[in-house]
Design a binder for this molecule. Structure first.
Ligand SMILES: [Zn+2]
Length: 131
């Protein structure tokens, strides 16, 4: 975890290693919106972090993953810090659809419907058959 302590407002901006691992670009202070240019290599800072011009809403500004003040109060919210990256954004809160491989075997599932169950047990297990 790389730490960028803002020289203007003292807020500690935590640059999480995954998106900032090999990074060359801009981030911003979550406290005062100062834009910083930085370069990293293998999770380590290369050279100096310097304040540069730019708008906090510029699309090339990568927000810090977390930030807190010198009194350890977290700074949260839209445009301040970035939510954690998701491995699969397409299945967020939704069941996966059924997919089968080339041999017709199930490779992912979905919630069972009542007519696929006998009592509380799955029909193909009770009947001893593969779906
Ligand atoms: Zn700041």
């Amino acid at each position: 975890m790389m730490l960028l302590k803002c020289s203007k407002c003292g807020v500690k901006n935590y640059l999480d290693p995954y998106p900032f691992w090999d990074f060359k670009g801009k981030t911003k202070c979550a406290g005062c919106d100062t834009i910083y240019a930085l370069e990293t290599d293998g999770g380590h800072l290369v050279g100096k972090v310097r304040a540069v011009s730019g708008k906090p809403t510029d699309p090339d500004v990568l927000l810090p993953g977390f930030a807190d003040t010198s009194e350890f109060e977290p700074i949260l919210g839209e445009g301040k810090t970035r939510p954690a990256p998701r491995a699969r954004p397409d299945v967020y809160g939704k069941p996966k659809p059924v997919t089968r491989n080339l041999r017709g075997r199930l490779v992912s599932g979905r919630p069972l419907k009542p007519d696929e169950l006998i009592g509380s047990r799955v029909r193909f297990i009770v009947e001893g058959k593969e779906p």
